[in-house]
Write a protein that binds this ligand. Structure first.
Ligand SMILES: [Zn+2]
Length: 139
């Protein structure tokens, strides 16, 4: 049984969830997975370049837990790049501070509070708008 742990706080859902080597059929690839908390730890440490102690506070977790997430994320990405795996970002015990609404018609993206009412695309007026945090909840 999985040990229970504190919910990790994530600023925004990841905008891209799958990466694969070019020119290889998906069915021939092995999958590697990056959980959303691992993704967020990597983003804060290596993209935003926060100190681990500060980044851990953003995610509402301890510094050692944060460091473990970063190391796991780096390992998964290294495996994907070196072995040519498909990398899929999903899962994890997470809650989002805000979400991103993406228009399926024109691609416009907008970060909004989690409780925002459904709305049309501000750019093209299409009602076909996906909520990137909601997609997570299903996985
Ligand atoms: Zn649109």
């Amino acid at each position: 049984m999985r040990q229970s742990y504190r919910t990790r706080r994530i600023a925004l859902p990841p905008r891209y969830r799958e990466f694969k080597p070019r020119g290889v059929h998906a069915r021939k690839l092995r999958n590697t997975y990056l959980s959303i908390d691992e993704y967020e730890a990597l983003r804060l440490a290596d993209y935003v370049k926060l100190e681990h102690a500060e980044a851990a506070k953003c995610m509402n977790i301890s510094r050692p837990t944060f460091t473990r997430l970063v190391e796991k994320a780096r390992g998964q990405i290294a495996t994907a790049i070196v072995e040519g795996c498909r990398l899929i970002v999903r899962g994890g015990n997470v809650e989002f501070e805000r979400t991103i609404r993406r228009c399926r018609h024109c691609g416009e993206e907008k970060a909004v509070p989690m409780v925002s009412p459904e709305s049309e695309c501000p750019d093209c007026g299409s009602g076909d708008v996906e909520d990137l945090a909601r997609e997570d909840a299903l996985e």
